[in-house]
Design a protein around this ligand. Structure first.
Ligand code: FAD
Length: 475
């Protein structure tokens, strides 16, 4: 380590960002870079901790102490080489990862964790600015044809890794542009779409073909795909949203969060000429059901659109502000998380059950809730607190209560693939029940994170390459 006592000399500093008032006026990213010296100082807090639990905390196994050591000694190119050896897209994770690495940082035992994510973003942006990040053109073409279905982070990672092996790679995407939830789910203020485009452009320059506006299973059948390609990797995401099938669900004004977020992202991208009034929250009272990150994205979007009041409700209890004894380091901390969207203004409520949607003439006017007392969270048992019923007036509700499973009617059915007990595509070792078909990302693992999708995509590419090598060995 460059400075073995760095963690004793420097404290963790906060990320710099525009004020909530300023950033609420636009949909652009709003974090402000530190000066280079501050990154060096923060990287020097990474200790010589012996067993870096961050390696394990990061699904990609990022070699965090190694890149921090390079940053600390001013070797940004070396840091980028280390980072790229395990992470295809650090420009995404450096912006939007919830950073399980920081949760397991050994310094977090009795101090504040190293600022790993922010350093990762700076390494990545430095690499793009310096021109180190270039398309990787394989030295030899294998002639082996790989089709990747879905262009979210899992599909992009499979494509990137497979192309590096010299395979001919085509990515099919049913949306107008590639990127999956990076483009159409995550709001621009968290991940600017120029960052997604920059990566896709590099991948195109490396020889990866992107075919958008094509739904596999509808526009091209499983049989046709098998005739065209040697291996097929399904990275179709977990897209079926959980619903709240209670009284009043059909009222106008009750929406799935993803429909709302996708519309806003398409609007910013110019894929829509004008805002659909259904998704325009200007002057409206908004209620977000679900206390997670997608809910927070709806909060940030509604505030930017000019909502007069934004409320977010959650079924679970309010989490503690610090780790409890039964949630020790290096476990993921089950503590209250306040996102940048929450900082911009929201009324948050916990332990509230939604009883029914209320409306007049088919339009939503409010939601009836009741307070609950949890009896046993493991078996999902709670009781309603009598007399605590309340009506929350609102003009729009966004259901942000997660996704239950991938779509299985189209291509999955055509291939007759086996599903796991959670209705995800069963793919042990990333191999489905058909030898030439693989699966990775949310469609295999269930709804998760970008960092997990990239990790899944990398491993699926290894399985695809083993399949190729086995085929070559047979000839
Ligand atoms: P996806 O990104 O869902 O991509 C699947 C792609 O497959 C889609 O583009 C879809 O159109 C395409 N597709 C599906 N079927 C077909 C077909 N038959 N033919 C052609 N194309 C098809 N994670 C984080 O780490 N940080 C965050 O801040 C974060 N924010 C999120 C915000 C929202 C609103 C949501 C919904 C999720 C968020 N996540 C976040 C989770 C993360 O985005 C996902 O875990 C990740 O994108 C999954 O990657 P994937 O490649 O498996 O699937």
């Amino acid at each position: 380590m460059g400075d073995i006592k760095g963690f004793l000399k420097h404290t963790r500093i906060a990320k710099k960002k525009q004020s909530p008032e300023e950033r609420k006026n636009h949909f652009r990213e709003f974090s402000i870079a530190w000066n280079k010296g501050q990154y060096v100082e923060q990287a020097s807090r990474c200790m010589d901790c012996g067993i870096p639990f961050c390696h394990d905390g990061c699904p990609l196994g990022n070699k965090i102490p190694d890149f921090n050591d390079s940053v600390q000694s001013g070797d940004w190119k070396g840091a980028w080489e280390v980072l790229k050896s395990t992470n295809n897209f650090p420009e995404f994770t450096g912006r939007i990862c919830p950073a399980p690495c920081e949760a397991s940082c050994v310094l977090g035992l009795n101090n504040q964790a190293v600022n790993i994510e922010h350093i990762e973003k700076e390494i990545s942006e430095t690499a793009f600015a310096e021109g180190w990040e270039k398309p990787i053109i394989p030295k030899e073409e294998t002639g082996f044809k790989v089709a990747v279905i879905g262009s979210g982070p899992a599909g992009l990672a499979v494509a990137d890794e497979s192309r590096m092996k010299g395979h001919s790679v085509t990515v099919f995407e049913r949306d107008e542009k590639p990127g999956g939830l990076l483009r159409y789910g995550i709001p621009d203020f968290k991940l600017d779409k120029s960052v997604v485009k920059r990566r896709i452009d590099l991948m195109k320059s490396a020889g990866i073909e992107f075919k958008t506006g094509i739904e596999i299973g509808r526009d091209i059948s499983a049989n046709e795909l098998e005739l065209m390609f040697d291996a097929i990797v399904l990275c179709t995401g977990s897209t079926i949203p959980r619903d709240l099938k209670i009284e009043g669900r059909a009222l106008q004004g009750v929406h799935f969060a993803m429909d709302y977020l996708k519309h806003q992202n398409q609007l910013i991208a110019g894929e829509m000429q004008e805002i659909n009034s259904t998704y325009d929250m200007r002057g409206k009272q908004v209620l977000v059901i679900g206390g997670g990150d997608t809910g927070a994205d709806c909060v940030g979007t509604a505030n930017r659109q000019g909502a007069v009041q934004v409320t977010q409700i959650e079924l679970l209890d309010k989490p503690p502000t610090a780790r409890t004894l039964n949630n020790p380091w290096p476990e993921w901390p089950m503590v209250l998380s306040t996102s940048t969207s929450h900082e911009e203004g929201v009324d948050r409520n916990w332990a509230l059950l939604t009883k029914r949607f209320i409306g007049e003439a088919g339009m939503l006017t409010g939601v009836e809730t009741v307070k609950i007392k949890w009896i046993d969270k493991a078996s999902f048992q709670y009781e309603e607190i009598q007399g605590s019923e309340e009506i929350l007036p609102c003009d729009a509700v966004f259901l942000s209560i997660g996704f239950s499973k991938p779509e299985t009617n189209g291509i999955v059915k055509q291939f007759d693939l086996t599903l796991d007990p959670s209705s995800n595509i069963k793919a042990s070792g990333f191999k489905t029940s058909k030898p030439n078909v693989f699966a990775a990302g949310d469609c295999r693992k269930g709804q998760s994170l970008v960092v997990w999708a990239i990790a899944e995509g990398r491993k699926a590419a290894v399985a695809v390459n083993q399949y190729y090598e086995a085929m070559v060995a047979k000839v």
